[in-house]
Design a protein around this ligand. Structure first.
Ligand code: SAM
Length: 300
């Protein structure tokens, strides 16, 4: 079947289109072809994905077919599904995403889980900060689950913060999180009390590896969210070096890391000093994904 046929044939229903698009995406090496077809078609028809199956024989209008065809074209050109439809699910919550923010990844839920475990037994009113919040998925997942605490988030990108604030409103959490623009801890220092916990998923990809990433990532996601400097460790090192001064005594720093960065980070943590109880936590694929550190300095 020709690509154009989809827009010309008035006999197209949901199921036939899903089958055709899945085959076409597969032939063009698009990742997760069936899921991509479903998400794009659901977006055009303004349906939930599950409704595509409930209404599988619904015919599409010429206008709907035309719009769907345009989304297919964008996906085949490499644009991520989340940017095309403008949203991504994380921690069972929908987040608006634009090309100004990294698309939240499933492995980052490991950071959220570790943070929630730590917050579990603490009295209410703890200060929790996220550095490099992007679309706000991490801090908003925490704020949704633990509304009894006080949440703060920073990012160097004002545009990303705009998206994060939009997401806070989307989940009625705009009163639970305060957003700051600036580099890592700079905008919060001297403006907030010390934190019980600081979490971050900073850029940690080695600069020389960025050209080898999938086209979806290297051409469409913001470089500022990916580039960890020559060795991939620049932001992690900067945060480890400065966070202790903003944490309470015994407060935790939780960082998402690259799967191959454990050894290098152990060396950095030892060299910088000031932390204890250093734990590496694995994600569901068995990769070291989060490092959790306990601050041993600061006032009692
Ligand atoms: C890997 S993304 C993480 C986004 C989001 N927290 C997540 O986990 O999906 C890193 C974020 O750090 C931000 N960033 C980069 N350099 C920064 C800096 N010097 N200070 C603050 N934020 C920075 C980027 O704009 C980006 O939003």
């Amino acid at each position: 079947m020709q690509n154009q046929a989809a827009a010309e044939d008035n006999d197209w229903n949901i199921l036939k289109l899903l089958q055709w698009t899945t085959t076409y995406f597969t032939s063009r090496s698009v990742e997760n072809p069936r899921a991509a077809a479903e998400i794009l078609l659901a977006s055009v028809l303004q349906l939930e994905r599950v409704d595509l199956y409930v209404r599988h024989d619904l015919p599409l209008s010429a206008d709907e077919l035309g719009r769907f065809k345009e989304l297919i074209r964008r996906r085949v050109a490499g644009e991520p599904v989340a940017y095309i439809v403008g949203k991504r699910e994380f921690w069972s919550m929908d987040f608006t995403v634009t090309p100004a923010v990294l698309i939240p990844r499933p492995e980052t839920e490991c950071l959220v889980e570790a943070a929630l475990r730590h917050l579990e037994d603490l009295p209410e009113g703890q200060n929790v900060l996220e550095l490099g919040t992007g679309c706000g998925a991490v801090i908003l997942a925490l704020a949704a689950r633990k509304p009894q605490h006080c949440f703060y988030a920073s990012d160097l990108s004002g545009e990303a913060l705009g998206v994060a604030y939009q997401n806070a409103c989307r989940h009625a959490l705009e009163k639970n999180v305060r957003f700051f623009c600036g580099s890592w801890l700079d905008p919060v220092q001297n403006r907030c009390a010390r934190f019980e916990m600081i979490v971050s998923n900073p850029p940690y990809i080695r600069r020389s590896s960025i050209d080898n990433l999938q086209v979806e990532i290297r051409r469409f996601e913001p470089l500022m969210a990916l580039d960890g400097g020559e060795d991939g460790l620049r932001s992690l090192e900067e945060i480890i070096g400065s966070a202790a001064g903003s944490l309470k005594a015994g407060g935790r720093l939780l960082l998402e890391i690259g799967h191959d960065q454990k050894q290098a980070l152990e060396a950095i943590i030892n060299r910088i000093g000031g932390y204890e109880d250093v734990n590496f936590i694995k994600d569901y694929s068995g990769h070291d994904r989060v490092v959790a550190l306990r601050n041993k300095i600061g006032p009692a």
